[in-house]
Design a protein around this ligand. Structure first.
Ligand SMILES: C[S@@+](CC[C@H](N)C(=O)[O-])C[C@H]1O[C@@H](n2cnc3c(N)ncnc32)[C@H](O)[C@@H]1O
Length: 270
C-alpha cells in the first residue's frame, strides 16, 4: 500500500460523502445495518466509519438504549460524519486506528466495519484487536469490495486513467479498495486472529449516478486516487477527471447511468 492510500483528508471527505457514498456505499450500509440490528447489540463499535454512511443506517435501525462508538483513523472523515448525523446521545465519535483499538477487552456485542479492512496494513492484527474488544458471544460484521472487474465504473475509470499516465498508471483502486477479495485469504486471516465461526458471501448490487461527470468527480476527487493523480501532475487533476467522464460517457451515454458493483460480506464469531 502506498502512504497516501489511507489518507482521507483535504477536499476528499466532503466529495466522498456527497458523491461516492450515494453512488456505491449507501446500498451496502443498509445491508450492514440489517445484519447489525439482527444481533440486537447493546454495545456496538464501528471501525473505519468514514463519513458515517453505516452509522446513519445503523442508528436508524437500533433502539434508544444502545451505546454506539463510531471510530475512524482520519479525523476529517469523522468531522463530516458528526456534522451529518442528527444529535444522537447514543453515538460517540472517536479517532482510532483499527490496529490499536483504544478500548478494553470484551466491551462490545458487535463490531462493524464497511469497506475498511482493505486499508489496514496488518489485517490479522486488526482482526485480533476486534476479537479482543468483542464479548465471547459477539459478532464481527464487515465487508470488502470484490475484484475491480466486478465493479464496472471503477474499472472503466482505472483503464481510462492509464491512458493519461501510460508510464506510471494510477493503481490505487486496484491495489487497495479492490485488492483484498480472496475469500480463502480473508478466512485464514480471521482464523489467525482467533475467529472460528465464519460466514462469507458475495453480494452484487447496482450503482446509479445522474451523469458521467458525477461518476468521474466521485472517483477521481473523492478518494485517495486524487492524491495519486496529483502526485503525478497536480495540474492534471481536472484533465484526469474529464478524461474519466469522457470514457464513461462513451460506454454509458451522456445521461443517468448504472453499473454493477460487487462486495464480499463477512460475519465472524470467536
Ligand atoms: C472506503 S472508506 C469507508 C468509510 C465508511 N465505512 C463508508 O462506508 O463510507 C475507508 C475508511 O477507512 C479509514 N481507515 C484507513 N485506515 C484505517 C485504519 N488503520 N484504522 C481505521 N480506519 C482506517 C479511512 O479513513 C476511511 O474513512
Amino acid at each position: 500500500m502506498s502512504a497516501t492510500d489511507k489518507v482521507f483528508a483535504g477536499s476528499i471527505p466532503k466529495i466522498y460523502d456527497e458523491y461516492l457514498v450515494p453512488m456505491i456505499f449507501s446500498v451496502y450500509a443498509e445491508d450492514i445495518a440489517r445484519r447489525v440490528a439482527a444481533r440486537s447489540p447493546t454495545a456496538l463499535l464501528e471501525i473505519a466509519a468514514g463519513t458515517g454512511a453505516v452509522t446513519r443506517a445503523v442508528a436508524a435501525a437500533l433502539p434508544r438504549e444502545v451505546h454506539y462508538v463510531a471510530t475512524d483513523l482520519n479525523e476529517p472523515m469523522l468531522a463530516v460524519a458528526a456534522q451529518r448525523q442528527a444529535n444522537d446521545d447514543r453515538i460517540t465519535w472517536r479517532q482510532a486506528d483499527a490496529m490499536a483499538l483504544p478500548f478494553g477487552d470484551a466491551e462490545f456485542d458487535v463490531v462493524c466495519c464497511q469497506f475498511g479492512a482493505m486499508f489496514f496494513p496488518d489485517r490479522v492484527r486488526a482482526y485480533g484487536e476486534v476479537k479482543r474488544v468483542l464479548k465471547g458471544d459477539g459478532t464481527f460484521v464487515f465487508n470488502v469490495w470484490d475484484r475491480i472487474e466486478d465493479n464496472v465504473l471503477t474499472h472503466e475509470a482505472t483503464i481510462a486513467l492509464a491512458k493519461l499516465f501510460p508510464d506510471d498508471p494510477p493503481r490505487f483502486m486496484v491495489r487497495t479498495p479492490h485488492g483484498y477479495y480472496d475469500k480463502s485469504v480473508i478466512k485464514i486471516d480471521l482464523e489467525r486472529a482467533g475467529f472460528r465461526d465464519i460466514a462469507i458471501e458475495t453480494r452484487s448490487e447496482i450503482s446509479r449516478a445522474p451523469s458521467p461527470e458525477y461518476v468521474a468527480l466521485a472517483l477521481c476527487q473523492g478518494t485517495p486516487l486524487r492524491s495519486e493523480i496529483e502526485a503525478r501532475d497536480a495540474g492534471k487533476l481536472q484533465a484526469a477527471t474529464d478524461l474519466v467522464a469522457a470514457a464513461i460517457r462513451t460506454r454509458h451515454g451522456a445521461g443517468a447511468l448504472d453499473g454493477k458493483i460487487q462486495a464480499i460480506v463477512i460475519e465472524a464469531r470467536p
